[in-house]
Design a protein around this ligand. Sequence first.
Ligand code: SF4
Length: 218
Amino acid sequence: MDNIVAEPLVVMPVERKNDTYALRIALNQGEFTPGMMKTVMEVMSKFNLTSLRVTSGQRLNLEGIAKDKLDEVVAAIGTSVKKAPPTVNVCTGVGLCKYGVQDSRGMGKKLLEIVLQNGPYPFKIKSGVSGCKISCGFSNVRDIGLVGTPKGWDVLFGGGAARNVRSGVKIGTKLSEDEALSLIVKALDFYKENGRKRERISGMIDRLGEEALLEALK
Ligand code: SF4
């Protein structure tokens, strides 16, 4: 560990029970580098913190920080933000996984770019990209889901795994990367025009019907 340079981290404080906070560590596609690890280990050791928890969004939560220590811990770990930057759940993909048929990590990066460029939206957007139909990137239950097939990308829209559980509507199949991304921009435009404030895409589709979405995307 001596030759590893500690990297500062971007964190979002999250209020917990009993006057404690968690710090949500912003990661890109779940990558936790040795430099980040060193910073976290040093902070955990210095402040006697014992819980580092992986989130479903491929981030990390450093738990159990007393309210009166929060500023000190934040200063030691890096920079604090009010809202963690959005991420895309991505699976390991073709680069590492023997089942992968499409580049989920590369596609995840491009998808995140278009999601960021085309906002704001009525409510949050969670996305998932999987390199094959096994769908480890939670593509079926994300607002935007991409599933790699040997012939291109399947695109799902409006999935959800929270209060309104549903599988996304399949809006495209066997598409090239560019075709899939263009279709997603069109679907996001539909959401911007028709979604109500704080209504997830799944709720909008339940209210308007799948046909209205599919008709608009023809
Ligand atoms: S979705 Fe497919 S390619 Fe991605 S990690 Fe799972 S099995 Fe591998």
